[in-house]
Design a protein around this ligand. Sequence first.
Ligand code: 5GP
Ligand code: ZN
Length: 115
Amino acid sequence: MEDCIFCKIIKKEISSNIVYEDSDIIAFRDINPLAPVHILVIPKKHISSLIDLEEKDELLIGKIYTVINKIAKQEKINENGFRIVVNCGKDGGQEVQHLHFHILGGKKLGTKICE
Ligand code: 5GP
Ligand code: ZN
């Protein structure tokens, strides 16, 4: 996807602060952090949103959660905990049309997950 900002991050055409990378997945710090730890975990394959997932992506999504587990330990938020957020579509507030998992942690997060 030529005009996708996250595909450009994957191709290193846009710089980012990468915290994890393998052949399928990359994770980098959010440019506008909403918590002391705010990391975006994305598949290298361009999938526009959760609603565009296909059955053949099941393994990849499972792997993303294993990577989240690793990053949580790396960032030392595994003991206190953290939150995973996946915004989907217009009503979900998705701004970047490349599937991404927010890891939010490093402080006690608010209890309102929906306003
Ligand atoms: P969404 O609202 O789509 O769930 O989240 C998109 C996230 O991507 C936002 O938190 C925003 O700060 C982050 N973001 C947008 N553009 C860039 C960028 O160029 N670099 C990085 N590191 N994060 C970005
Ligand atoms: Zn993309």
